[in-house]
Write a protein that binds this ligand. Sequence first.
Ligand code: NZQ
Ligand code: ZN
Length: 384
Amino acid sequence: MKNFTYYNPVKVVFGTNAMNQLAALLPANEKVMITMGMGSIRKNGVYDKVKSALSGRDIIEFEGIEPNPEYEKCIDAVRIAKQENVTFFLAVGGGSVLDATKFIAAATKFEGGDPWDILEKGALVKSAAPLGCVLTLPATGSEVNGNAVISRREKGQKLAFGTPIVMPQFSVLDPATTLSLDARQTANGIVDAFVHVMEQYLTYDVNTPLQDRQAEAILSTLVELAPQVNKTPQDVEIRANIMWCASNALNTLIGCGTVGDWSTHIIGHEITALHGIDHARTLAMVLPAIMQHQRDQKRDKIVQYARRVWAIDGTNDDEIIDTCIARTKQFFEETGCPTSLSAYNLTPADCKSISNTLASRGMIIGERNDIGEAQVDAIISLCA
Ligand code: NZQ
Ligand code: ZN
């Protein structure tokens, strides 16, 4: 096992009526900016609950953060937050609202020049305004980590940054808030969480049997829950278990001491930047392609995953791996995420620029740093 420091100070308040604790969680005497998406929380009643929990508080609202949050929109919020002397941010919505809020909280305190440098140049975030969240979409794990992904469409970029400084002080997770998710967003959440686990698990063995089994537990649970939520989307118990899986997938615990990959995400973000495809749907295409392309490098772990998560028997590793990739694709498809570019009327040629973009950033990816320009092209060809 590799050395690690595990630090996760996020206070998670989980369950029915968790929102009732919001007023107590939010420190007194703060000037609060509530950040929101494009309107879902107004339709499902979450907005009203948040407003009533915070009645009497000094609040302003910032609405209209779009999926794959846009830099310019964040900068609008930064300007208003500074004007209004905001001291605390409350993100109410999915991963996009929360990611945007993390960036806004960091950018309001950034003294190193252009805040875009935080994303493009990895400029150091020395401080950020405190934030909390009410999560309405289980998927990203953003509610329990210090990561955020921001897009800049004029430049065709989608970039991430991460620091514990932007971890939420608290995250309110009431599974009932997720009952209004449609089938597409529900599927996206399951696949995103599944792939977060795979990025931390499907690499090579460094003797982490506990983390492996924790990862396999999340994968197996998601495999069990996906058809259940498709069948009975209004079952709040199923929603609760999906929500807790998604948080556990990326609260960084299962990654402790292991070797991570993240190449599926890096390539997936570029596909979103180019073609606007939902985050999880890019992952559903790229992960099976990476499993195929990197089958020798990942051989032992793929076989372990095949046996333990899919109960695939046999003695021929290559056959096991073939079956396992097919089962993984089938799972994504049945959950509701297509696994090929053709489902979006795209071909690998439409993603040709990605390898060059990554190369121009000096990125050689994968757990063994063996995925460069040619390999990215080959992986994208496998997404056809
Ligand atoms: O904008 P509103 O109106 O709120 O609607 C949203 C949006 O249209 C809607 N929605 C959210 N909660 C809902 C709901 N609709 C009905 N009922 C509810 N309860 O769902 C749509 C998608 O929301 P979004 O926040 O974009 O989805 P998600 O949570 O999947 O976040 C995706 C973003 O997170 C980034 C992705 O790249 C993408 O930009 N990621 C962040 C990570 C992190 N911070 O650790 C890791 C991930 O790998 C990922 O990259
Ligand atoms: Zn993801």
